[in-house]
Ligand binder design. Structure first.
Ligand code: FES
Length: 317
């Protein structure tokens, strides 16, 4: 964990603030690679993940961009309203679940809305390394698009294409055209709202791109509703104690209520903090952290969001 001070809070676009964080008592912060995120422990007790968007060579600060989510469960609202210059926060060291493929001959970067944050960092890294790339940044309107000036003033401005929903038809993103060449040495990176990412990745697959060439960032995992969930039982291997998990509650909530300490961070299946070993039973994996192969082993799961396909799970707790 790193204690940081908010040294700058700046409005970047409609509903978006950037925050500059510097370590308290340290002049150098842990290095990070393009695509990394940090956990931010908010004053209201929540923990949220935000992508780093400053140049990955910088060691004196981290920068994040935060969109005020109208459906905020308290994270972005707290960042916007309760965090200001001078606020002290606790953050994790950077982690990267969205790394660049450095061997790529060409990179296609797609950002939708606030998804520009990791993509911006990737563009800086690729430009710095002299790698060929193009960046497509889509937004509803110019007013809601952050960091446009930074992109226009960058040394790679010629590789940046802005696409606004309310702009002229000629500047809209023609995804199929951009992805027409599914060259196996090229890689695609996409970050933004789920619908945007599905559109880009779906189009890429239709054009013959392979999954290994496609990379996406997860901001929030679509939560399955109670309608998709059933109740089941978890058993603690150490004591044999059984706990009922109702359809509308997570395993983590039930465990915490029962006094079982489960480390939690994102609570959305993206960070892996809560991973727990499963000794018996079949989990219904709903996280985005583990790989398909890890899911198939069924020997661990994320109690913050995953459930059970079997009537009971025996947990190594
Ligand atoms: Fe992040 Fe469960 S707390 S995956």
């Amino acid at each position: 964990m790193i204690d940081v001070l908010v040294t700058r809070k700046q409005r970047e676009a409609q509903g978006i603030y950037s925050f500059e964080l510097t370590a308290i008592g340290e002049s150098v912060m842990p290095s990070f690679s393009a695509g990394s995120h940090i956990d931010v422990h908010l004053p209201n007790g929540l923990v949220r993940q935000y992508s780093l968007c400053n140049h990955p060579d910088e060691r004196h600060r981290y920068q994040i961009g935060v969109l005020l989510d109208p459906n905020s469960r308290g994270g972005s609202l707290c960042m916007h309203e309760a965090v200001s210059e001078g606020t002290q926060l606790r953050i994790s060291e950077p982690r990267n679940l969205f790394p660049l493929e450095h061997e790529a001959a060409y990179s296609l970067l797609f950002a939708g809305g606030i998804g520009i944050t990791p993509i911006l960092c990737m563009a800086e890294r690729l430009a710095n390394a002299g790698k060929a790339f193009e960046l497509h940044y889509c937004g509803r309107s110019a007013a809601g698009m952050a960091f446009v000036e930074r992109l226009r003033e960058s040394g790679f401005a010629a590789s940046v294409h802005l696409h606004m929903d309310d702009g002229e038809a000629a500047q809209r993103l023609n995804t199929a055209q951009v992805l027409a060449d599914a060259n196996p040495t090229h890689h695609v990176y996409v970050c933004g709202p789920t619908g945007f990412m599905e559109h880009v990745l779906g189009t890429a697959r239709e054009q013959g791109w392979q999954d290994a060439q496609l990379h996406r960032e997860y901001f929030a995992v679509a939560q399955a509703g109670a309608a998709d969930s059933a109740s089941f039982e978890v058993q603690l291997a150490s004591s044999g104690r059984c706990l009922q998990v109702p359809a509308d509650r997570s395993v983590a909530e039930v465990l915490l209520d029962a006094g079982v300490d489960i480390p939690l961070s994102c609570e959305q299946g993206i960070c892996g903090t809560c991973i727990t070993r499963v000794l018996e039973g079949v989990p219904d994996h709903r996280d985005m952290f583990m790989t398909e192969a890890e899911h198939a082993r069924n020997d661990q799961f994320t109690p913050c969001c995953s459930r059970a396909k079997s009537a009971r799970l025996i947990l190594d707790l």
